[in-house]
Design a protein around this ligand. Structure first.
Ligand code: CMX
Length: 441
């Protein structure tokens, strides 16, 4: 029986041949048009990347290798007595392109257990930062300190053949994913729990063990972590974190450097940091109003105040999606099952009934519906995880699954250095006047 690594290589070799054939036949076929406003406005809608692990449909939401989130919840293996998918299975699916068996998932859980040792200097590097440092800063410093362990960097320095890049990338990806929960939990316990660290439990699955190291033993919190680690893992290739990992990796920066770069992007409030912003914003609203469950009228007023102050409503809107994010709906379903009467969770649902109409009225917001970040914090607060600055770290641990599976594909398919063309406004003006061209060669 081939190992997962060998199976991945076989799939990648097949795909390489297919791509060569596609490019031979269709390499010069136009895939779309680019207009000047797209060049100035964040490249929206320009198809310019290949990311094999998932595909985002504006109306349907994310599909991982063709499977929607509700399908994954049915089809991926679960923990004993669990109902949520094990993210190990999603990683397998993203990497191999096929649904895993229970035994495949077990192999990944065991491999991540075996690879999970974090050297002491990583903790020392985190300790050298003030405790007040944002948890995402501590996470990125932790990942950077761990870069000493990069197989890719070591083998490249030793003169690695380019045919072997995928192999070293695979090892780094597996090691990184195995180690991230330990680093993340260390940061949490250091900053918020008097440095009372919790040793890993070698009998638990990856997310269950992560919950355990964070200090949450409730079985339904472990289920939440399995769901959470699954739904945040990937959102095709153009979002800031995934694109950054791909871009930095294209310079053959090793997976540690690439992941750290991407996680700096995830730490932006328009991207992953929005999950902390949502809860902060709701807490501030509740404080100002002096109530636990504001009425729709009160929410409406507060939203209008936020907008009048020139701020965005966190957790709403999306650059690609044009409907309620299925990742929001999956969390809503979890809330209905586990905490239907919780006032904060109900506040999130009431905001959902209120905000889209207000955003629609603005006339400029392309997607007035909630995204993944609108819901996640309220579920965490229910279990006692009130330290909202930590929430993006949870997103980061999950996002590593998708971006690192993609990075394995990037190297296995020998994707080249990414280098789009940029222009100056001066050049654009000359082009408009017909005095020159602005495309590169
Ligand atoms: N509240 C208020 N205004 C919003 C808005 C929101 N939630 N979403 C979009 N807008 C505004 C934009 O700021 C923009 O205004 P200006 O023209 O004045 O600059 C206008 O509507 C058009 O924006 P858009 O084309 O609809 O959205 P973009 O593709 O530019 O941006 C996003 C997408 C997510 C950055 C934006 O919707 C936003 O800022 N949302 C709030 C932050 C958030 O929840 N981010 C998390 C996204 C998911 C994730 O990556 O984790």
């Amino acid at each position: 029986m081939a190992t997962i690594k060998e199976r991945f290589k076989l799939k990648a070799d097949e795909q390489s041949v297919e791509i060569k054939d596609i490019l031979k036949k269709h390499g010069n076929t136009k895939i779309g048009e680019v207009v000047l406003s797209q060049v100035y406005q964040g490249m929206r809608g320009i198809t310019g990347l290949v990311s094999e692990t998932s595909l985002l449909d504006a109306k349907e939401g994310i599909r991982f290798r063709g499977y929607s989130i509700p399908e994954l919840q049915k089809k991926l293996p679960k923990a004993p007595k669990g109902t949520q998918p094990l993210p190990e299975g999603l990683f397998y699916l993203m990497l191999i392109g096929e649904l895993p068996t229970d035994s495949d998932v077990n192999d990944i859980t065991n491999a991540w257990q075996r690879r999970s040792h974090v050297p002491n200097h990583v903790f020392d590097a985190i300790e050298s930062l003030p405790k007040a440092s944002h948890p995402m800063t501590q996470l990125v410093v932790g990942i950077m300190a761990l870069q000493t362990e990069s197989t890719f960097a070591r083998k490249y320095a030793d003169g690695m053949n380019k045919k072997d890049y995928w192999d070293a990338t695979y090892d780094d990806a597996m090691n990184l994913i195995a180690r991230l929960p330990r680093i993340a939990a260390y940061i949490y316990r250091r900053k918020y729990k008097d440095e009372k660290h919790i040793q890993p439990d070698g009998l638990l699955d990856w997310s269950g063990n992560f919950a355990h190291m964070l200090g949450y033993e409730d079985e339904s919190f472990k289920e939440l972590m399995r769901l959470y680690m699954t739904i945040h893992a990937d959102h095709e290739g153009g979002n800031v974190s995934a694109h950054t990992v791909h871009l930095v990796g294209s310079a053959l920066s090793d997976p540690y450097l690439s992941l750290a770069a991407g996680m700096n992007g995830l730490a932006g409030p328009l991207h992953g940091l929005a999950n902390q912003e949502v809860i902060k914003w709701i807490f501030e609203m509740r404080d100002e109003l002096g109530v636990k469950l504001p009425t729709k009228e009160q929410i409406k007023k507060y939203v209008k105040k936020t907008l009048s102050e020139g701020k965005v409503v966190p957790g709403y809107g999306h650059a690609v999606l044009r409907k309620t994010d299925p990742r929001f709906s999956a969390q809503m379903e979890f809330g209905k099952k586990h905490m239907p009467n919780d006032p904060l969770v109900n506040t999130v649902w009431r905001i959902y009934e209120t905000v889209p109409e207000i955003l629609k009225e603005l006339g400029k917001v392309k997607n007035p519906w909630p995204n993944v970040d609108a819901h996640s914090g309220a579920l965490l607060v229910y279990y006692g995880m009130v330290e909202y600055e930590f929430y993006t770290v949870l997103f980061a641990v999950s996002r590593a699954l998708g971006v690192l599976a993609s990075l394995c594909w990037d190297r296995a398919l020998s994707f080249p250095l990414e280098r789009p063309k940029s222009v100056t406004t001066e050049a654009v003006k000359e082009w408009i006047e017909g005095k020159g061209e602005i495309w590169g060669d």
